[in-house]
Write a protein that binds this ligand. Structure first.
Ligand code: ADQ
Length: 492
């Protein structure tokens, strides 16, 4: 079996193995405008966390770049990698693959189910067929690219079967996987008709990392339920699962942000000035901030309904609070996402219609990706962050908000169903995202919180994030991969 080299914990040199990072999408996409290919950098939690790691270590990022396959696209990817020590290896998907593997199985089956929203699932067997096919396509590409000593690290729910297909070709390779979204409980996961196949696919990896202890417990409970012949040992944050196929180490390793980079950028005078401008546009008001990818798991309509209830039930806070809600468009081809956008826009408009007065708009709504400097200024300007997902693997917005609050002010209102709550319970106000009254009370508490208390809370959260930033996450994962038991071929 091939062990990952400790070289990964340090900066690698030419003779050391490369990192082969595999994710559904590359961190940039392409669109044609007037016949010209435009490169569009993507945003999202996975990209923000992985990009700095690949930049530091070098290697290859394997991922889909859409459906176009042209010399121009390959040239654009080459240019985008620039002088970095890594390169992009695009997977070209057909429109049919994109529709069935990505929009279908990944986003209409796994995504809702893994976020406990099973009723949104569309369990079409054609989707499952395409999911396996496209996972094999990714595995083929990795097999072509990866050298014998390279470390193959596959990411997220779209690619859970890549390990299975690679294992057939490389029985002794060290294969590692990280799941960015939650792992559901057996009651929920059991609804998946292909539950055993998915679990077996995960057990073809040597190392499986999850966001929280709850996710790790859920995965182990599902293995117990549907792979009864598996032997499970270990305790706490490390579980070892042995089957006739081999041994898999399962650990929870919460992902994070580059705290120093974020805090340093937020401290720039230009950002402070922009934050001041944003505050002056809403004089004598506290700004509450919501920043989310457009997704029903993020609890945006529920949050907006709670805010409307707040302005109805607590009239003393009208004109004292304004919500800036930024929504980055996502999965725009899926019908449910189009409906979600309409629902959000209708709630924004009805709430503003009901309460707006000259000089006060209760909700300022932006439906677009904002550049990083504007994002930082918004974080700094906001006295409250409203982070209320119905369920979330981690939620990096919560961590970014704290990192940007370099003056240790600001209050984080955080859903108890965000993975980030496991670390930030020491400072956040916890809310149940479906509980309108609870969110109203949390808003009142945040608005009335003495400065000394909010400072104490923010200091605690910032310390936690600083000590467990994304570099620490990387080091922990690489160390844990090294400690992972060798893949032992047990007699059948
Ligand atoms: P995401 O669901 O994408 O990721 P999240 O962790 O919330 O979620 O990260 C979103 C990222 O996008 C943040 O870095 C944020 O700054 C950025 N972003 C959001 N809105 C933006 C906007 N309008 N303009 C610009 N940038 C914007 C998945 C899981 C999460 C998990 C991450 C990482 O669903 O639970 O935390 O992976 O593992």
């Amino acid at each position: 079996m091939k062990r990952p080299s400790s070289a990964y914990v340090r900066t690698r040199s030419e003779s050391q193995p490369r990192l082969i990072l595999v994710s559904n999408r590359l961190p940039l996409s392409f669109k044609r405008e007037n016949g010209k290919l435009q490169t569009v950098p993507s945003s999202g939690g996975l990209i923000g966390a992985l990009e700095p790691i690949l930049k530091e270590h070098g290697g290859v990022w394997v991922g889909s770049a859409g459906t176009e396959d042209s010399a121009e696209l390959h040239q654009a990817l080459h240019t985008a990698a620039g002088s970095h020590s890594f390169r992009y290896a695009p997977i070209i998907l057909s429109a049919q693959e994109e529709a069935n593997y990505y929009e279908g199985f990944s986003n209409e089956v796994l995504w809702p189910l893994f976020h406990d929203l099973q009723s949104r699932g569309v369990f079409d067997p054609v989707y499952w067929d395409f999911y396996q096919r496209v996972n094999r396509k990714f595995a083929d590409a990795v097999d072509d690219i990866a050298g014998e000593r390279d470390l193959i690290w596959v990411h997220d729910y779209q690619l859970m079967q890549v390990g299975r297909a690679l294992r057939e070709r490389r029985p002794d390779a060290f294969l590692s996987f990280f799941l960015h979204i939650p792992f559901p409980s057996p009651d929920m996961f059991g609804k998946l008709p292909w539950r055993r196949e998915v679990l077996e696919g995960l057990l073809d990896y040597d190392f499986v990392g999850l966001q929280t202890a709850r996710d790790q417990r859920n995965l182990v409970a599902c293995i117990r339920a549907w792979i009864p012949e598996a032997r499970i040992s270990g305790r706490g944050d490390q579980r070892i699962v042995s089957t006739s196929h081999g041994v898999t180490c399962i650990r929870d390793v919460p992902i994070s942000i580059d705290f120093r980079d974020f805090a340093g950028a937020a401290a720039q005078p230009a950002i402070a000035e922009r934050a001041r401008q944003i505050r002056t546009q809403s004089p004598d008001m506290v700004i509450a901030l919501g920043i989310d990818r457009l997704d029903y798991t993020k609890g945006i309509p529920e949050r907006l309904r709670a805010l409307r209830a707040f302005f109805r039930g607590y009239p003393q806070f009208r004109r004292k609070l304004t919500l800036i809600q930024v929504v980055v468009p996502s999965r725009e081809n899926i019908q449910g996402y189009k409906e979600l956008r309409s629902e959000i826009e209708s709630l924004v408009s009805s709430t503003n219609g009901e309460f707006s007065e000259p000089g006060w708009t209760p909700i300022q709504y932006m439906n677009r990706s904002v550049p990083r400097c504007e994002l930082l200024a918004l974080y700094r300007a906001a006295g409250i962050a409203l982070v209320t997902p119905l369920k979330d693997g981690m939620n990096l917005v919560a961590k970014e908000y704290c990192a940007a609050h370099i003056e240790n002010d600001g209050v984080l209102i955080l859903s108890e169903f965000a993975g980030a709550m496991a670390e930030l319970h020491n400072g956040a106000i916890s809310v149940h995202p479906y509980d309108e009254i609870g969110i109203c009370l949390a808003l009142q508490r945040a608005l009335e919180m003495p400065a000394a208390e909010s400072r104490r809370r923010m200091l605690r959260m910032r310390r936690t994030i600083r000590e467990n930033d994304v570099l620490r996450w990387r080091d922990r994962i690489f160390e844990q991969m090294e400690q992972a038991q060798p893949r032992i071929k047990l007699a059948a």
